[in-house]
Design a protein around this ligand. Structure first.
Ligand code: GDP
Ligand code: IMO
Ligand code: MG
Length: 415
């Protein structure tokens, strides 16, 4: 399986990091294609938690980590993330890092701009993501290749920062740090389309890791409550330089229920005690900002839409264990709008606000799934829940996660 893509099918935080970490054992390259430090991907290995924002989740295995051209990269933040891994891992991660020379760089003036009324309305992560992508599409961005031309880079950043209208008090100190960062990162710049295509031709195993979720896609998501990049399959081609014909398998990651950070539609939101208990059990607090995640029932309409957009071949269901104690579980199988049943994902926010979810109810299992090594050992009602979702979505659920650790992963062979 040369190229495998892992994409979130909800509003992010589905557990992509954990599953990419599991799959990375059998990969040669692990590649990020979009987004930046807005991502927070959590890996738990032997009780030790690591949260990655820019690095692909294969770095703990010492795989070649690639930052694709579709990303917006804070060079100083990237080095802080690497150094924060501890000496041995940091050395390994840096040694195995390739940065697309066409990726866009993100600077403090982008972050400083991500605080206003619009950012608050969306509930952004405040990492300057929208601002960096604005510079990209308005052709004012700074490309990563400039890390190898330190003096010109510093001069350009200075001009951009002064022209951005934000505070410049910290600029001189930052430029010194940037110069040091450029020295460390420049040796890792690469022509990523050429490298990945050569790797594909040499039968290397390429694992591509999505950030955010499909419903946060700038084109296909719940606009305007979205991020600023293409989080769906098309973004893989534009964000890496691998053509569509070289994507062999698409894995869609879903959480056994729904969460969302930031504002925007969440039709099956649970706001009362039940929502709070799921939030606590699932530790639903943002990996990037620490914000409490909003929680809701599984929404099959949103997932089916995301599956269509991405051409999903198989599914991974995460966090089944979070539902362990519930006597009853609801699943959204449609929306009601003006007395009519909607089976499609609406576009207009006004329609969204007026949509009422239609639920089907399933019995809970009220026992622990956490240490179940195999599907057959899951409680009957847990199997029934998984089979129900699989049946309604029409694609095999090939892996099930029942805990944050690498080891709490059930693989259903022969699906
Ligand atoms: P990502 O952004 O998609 O990589 O997901 P996050 O890392 O932001 O959020 C997922 C959270 O759920 C992290 O805290 C993971 O450690 C945790 N997690 C992943 N899989 C499971 C699981 O199967 N069960 C439980 N209880 N936690 C999980
Ligand atoms: P991972 O990769 C969940 C959300 C923000 C906000 C909107 C726009 O960990 O799944 P941005 O800072 O991107 O301009 O914010 O998108 N958002 C995420 N939600 N998981 C993420 O990443 C997210 N990255 C951005 O909360 O609603
Ligand atoms: Mg996350």
């Amino acid at each position: 399986m040369p190229t495998q893509v892992v994409l979130g099918l909800q509003w992010g935080d589905e557990g992509k990091g954990k599953i990419v970490d599991v799959l990375a054992q059998k990969a040669d390259y692990v590649v990020r294609f979009q987004g930046g430090q807005n991502a927070g991907h959590t890996l738990v290995v032997d009780g030790v938690k690591t949260i990655l924002h820019l690095l692909p989740s294969g770095v703990l295995h010492g795989k070649t980590g690639v930052l694709g051209n579709g990303m917006v990269i804070d060079p100083v933040g990237l080095l802080e993330e690497i150094d924060g891994l501890g000496k041995e891992l940091a050395e390994r991660a840096l040694q195995n890092l390739l940065i697309s020379d066409r990726a866009h760089l993100l600077f403090p003036y982008h972050k400083q701009g991500d605080v206003g009324e619009l950012s608050q309305k969306i509930g952004t992560t405040g990492r300057g993501i929208g601002q960096a992508y604005e510079d990209k599409v308005s052709r004012q961005g700074v490309l990563a290749y400039m890390l190898s031309m330190k003096e010109a880079l510093i001069e350009q950043v200075k001009v951009c920062w002064e022209g951005s209208g934000v505070e410049t008090a910290s600029m001189e100190a930052y430029l010194k740090t940037l110069a040091q960062a450029a020295d460390r990162l420049a040796p890792h710049l690469a022509n990523i389309p050429a490298q990945l295509n050569e790797a594909y031709e040499a039968d290397s195993r390429i694992l591509i890791e999505g950030a955010q979720g499909s419903l946060l896609d700038v084109d296909h998501g719940t606009y305007p409550f979205v991020t600023s990049s293409s989080t769906t399959i098309g973004g893989v081609c534009t964000g890496t330089g691998l053509p569509a014909s070289r994507i062999d398998r698409v894995l869609g990651v879903i959480k056994a229920y729904t969460t969302r950070v930031g504002h925007g539609h969440l039709p099956a939101e649970l706001t009362g005690d039940l929502g709070e208990s799921l939030r606590q059990k699932g530790q639903e607090f943002g990996a990037t900002t620490g914000r409490a995640r909003r929680v809701g029932w599984l929404d099959l309409i949103g997932i089916r839409y995301a599956m269509m957009l991405n051409g999903v071949d198989e599914l991974v269901m995460m966090k089944l264990d979070v539902l362990d104690e519930l006597p009853e579980i609801q699943v959204v199988t449609g929306y009601k709008h003006n007395g009519n049943r909607l089976e499609v994902f609406p576009t207009d926010p006004v329609v969204w606000t007026a949509c009422e979810p239609i639920y089907e109810s399933l019995p809970g299992w009220q026992s622990s799934t956490e240490k179940c090594p195999e599907f057959d050992q899951l409680p009957d009602n847990a199997k029934r829940y998984i089979d129900f979702v699989e049946d309604r979505l029409g694609v095999p659920i090939r892996m099930i996660s029942t805990g944050p650790e690498r080891t709490a992963t059930i693989v259903r062979e022969g699906r």
